[in-house]
Design a protein around this ligand. Structure first.
Ligand code: FES
Length: 154
């Protein structure tokens, strides 16, 4: 069957079987997943999800954003710069997970407290760059995003 959805802003129409998962499409058809698929997150209609848990036939009309599609956006830049300023450096495999979890957190809470960040990262390990650096990175990213939104509404 053919399923139509938006991948990084572009309409795509792959043929899928009932067993095809989103991760299969991203890895085999679009070459957008590197490393272990169970450690990769994407945004599905703006929410972070693991693509190996999403059946491809559920994608009809939905918006899929991979880290490649998110990179270079102002939202991504807030987070990347926050991480950089806090000297928080996740490895390339886990960078999308950190970035999307922080993005989803900042979409819900503009100035997250430590407990908000801890809750957002529940179940996700490792935090190799250091937990305190992550907290700092989130705080700095939140500040950048808040100031940018504030500037845009002036
Ligand atoms: S192994 Fe990826 S951030 Fe630690």
């Amino acid at each position: 069957m053919t399923v139509r959805f938006y991948l990084n802003g572009n309409l795509v129409e792959p043929d899928v079987s009932p067993l095809t998962r989103l991760s299969d499409l991203l890895r085999d058809l679009y070459r957008l997943i590197e490393g272990p698929e169970e450690q990769t997150l994407i945004l599905l209609d703006g929410e972070p999800v693991f693509p190996h848990l999403v059946p491809a036939f559920h994608l009809k009309g939905r918006l899929v954003t991979t880290y490649e599609g998110f990179s270079g956006t102002a939202d991504c830049e807030d987070i990347e710069t926050g991480f950089e300023e806090a000297h928080f450096c996740p490895c390339p495999i886990h960078r999308p997970v950190y970035t999307f979890l922080v993005h989803a957190l900042l979409e819900r809470v503009s100035h997250p407290e430590e407990a908000d960040t801890a809750a957002a990262f529940t179940g996700f390990h490792p935090i190799c760059g250091g937990y305190l650096s992550l907290l700092d990175g989130v705080r700095l990213a939140a500040r950048r995003r808040f100031l940018r939104h504030h500037e845009q509404t002036r």
